[in-house]
Design a protein around this ligand. Structure first.
Ligand code: HAM
Length: 418
């Protein structure tokens, strides 16, 4: 028995060959559907400057204060990106993407890193796909973003989801709301959870996000953001809801949805699945009209979302949705003897050039073992080759599913696989 000396870090998974098929199928679906929405892919490094993430995501968020993987090398500080909105905003600013003209409609797929306590659906290295629409404050952008998100789940076959939306207002509305929250919570400060007491000083809005039991009765009676939205923010939110209604996208307005990142303004949303257990958010996003300026770029209203790929795959498992095709190979060449092997090595590229996937035994196994291997590899056809077949240019071409055989020349086989 081999001894296992090395393992992956906690919360970081290998994606093994039996699983990569579904990842590839999902990624291809995302690329294909993104084209229909006129989105362009952007790829940013997995490491960023610490300062960008701290300023972008927010010093007091859990992500920055507790969950960052960081290290320094010489004078440089690195963090493994915990999310991709701040990195995309950085790339937008660094490369003056606004100069390309129009609205930048971007998407990405890739790994993110958060040092959270791992559990089902919560990892330290996880993967997101996401969209960032930069340079428009039109509610159409919000709705297109949500529509793309819903569209992907629908294409996958996950339809029993719940979309929650809220508006957390622009800074003017939110400052008024914060004041109202502080006056409401301050008199009951000592009855709140420790975490909420801290949040009361630093970011009272996040109290609404608390999962602590003792906070719930107070949260239920708390003032609602909607009573504090100014005309502009309320109008924007109404337009988003109107477009969603017109598209037939169901949603629930959730006044307590505040999201765990600091950059949001106005629209915020989350997509929830009943199939995920306690980590029930499939995806989340919202508007972040001030982030690009905050990190030094031009005034750029923007909206986006990100979706957890592992959580999407958990939901697929729960719903018995198979992504991708089962592993298979079109042709497996079964060889008997040295000349047949030499022939096989040369036949492989010809089969592939004809458009088939093709393989043969690499271990010098017996014919019986090769047939067994062809079955294990889920080969659709086998070509059985020995000295006799070579001489006659007539090979046994076996349809493995039908268990039928015919004698064909190699040219005829190539025609067939084409
Ligand atoms: P987020 O809500 O932090 O938003 O993450 C989005 C999604 O990533 C979550 O709904 C969840 O599915 C997945 N996710 C987050 N953390 C983990 C984890 N530890 N393990 C597994 N999956 C996880 C953002 O990241 C924002 N950047 C979204 C956004 C884009 N807002 C505007 N543009």
């Amino acid at each position: 028995m081999a001894q296992i000396n090395y393992r992956t870090h906690l919360g970081m998974n290998d994606i093994l060959p039996d699983e990569t098929g579904k990842w590839q199928a999902l990624e291809q679906l995302i690329h294909r559907e993104a084209k229909k929405f006129n989105l362009e892919e952007i790829r940013t490094p997995i490491m960023e400057q610490t300062e960008l993430i701290v300023r972008g995501v927010g010093q007091l968020t859990d992500i920055v204060s507790k969950e960052i993987f960081s290290f320094s090398r010489g004078d440089d500080n690195y963090v493994l990106r915990p999310e991709c909105t701040a990195p995309v905003a950085r790339a937008f600013t660094e490369h003056h993407l606004e100069q390309r003209g129009g609205t930048q409609k971007l998407y990405y797929i890739g790994p993110m890193f958060r040092a959270e306590r791992p559990q089902k659906g919560r990892l330290r290295q996880f993967h997101q796909f996401g969209v960032e629409i930069m340079g428009s404050d039109d509610p159409v952008a919000d709705v297109e973003c949500i529509a793309f998100m819903m569209h992907i789940y629908e294409k996958v076959g996950i339809t029993n989801t719940k979309l929650k939306i809220n508006s957390i207002g622009d800074p003017e509305s939110r400052d008024k709301y914060k004041e109202a929250l502080v006056s409401y919570f301050e008199p009951v400060r000592n009855e709140l959870s420790e975490l909420s007491q801290k949040r009361l000083d630093k970011n009272p809005l996040r109290i609404l996000d608390s999962k602590e039991e003792e906070d719930q009765p107070f949260i239920e009676q708390a003032p609602l953001i909607h009573d504090y939205l100014n005309e502009e923010s309320a109008g924007h939110f109404n337009k988003v809801k109107e477009y969603l209604n017109q598209l037939g996208i169901d949603y629930e307005t959730d006044p307590y949805l505040v999201r765990g990142l600091d950059y949001y303004t106005r629209t915020a949303f989350e997509l929830i699945s009943p199939d995920l257990g306690s980590q029930d958010a499939l995806a989340g996003g919202g508007r972040y009209d001030l982030l690009v300026e905050e990190i030094g770029g031009p005034e750029t209203p923007a909206v986006g979302f990100a979706a957890g790929i592992e959580r999407l795959l958990i939901a697929c498992d729960e719903l018995d949705i198979e992504l991708g095709e089962p592993k298979s190979v079109d042709v497996y060449i079964v060889t008997l003897g040295d000349s047949a092997r030499t022939w096989g090595v040369q036949a492989l590229p010809k089969l592939r050039a004809a458009g088939a996937s093709a393989t043969m035994d690499y271990m010098g196994r017996s014919m019986k073992a090769q047939m067994k291997d062809a079955n294990r590899e889920n080969a659709l056809y086998t070509i059985i080759v020995g000295d006799h077949e070579l001489e006659a240019n007539s090979f046994t071409f076996r349809d493995m599913r039908k268990s039928e055989e015919e004698a064909l020349s190699f040219e005829e086989i190539l025609q067939k696989v084409k």
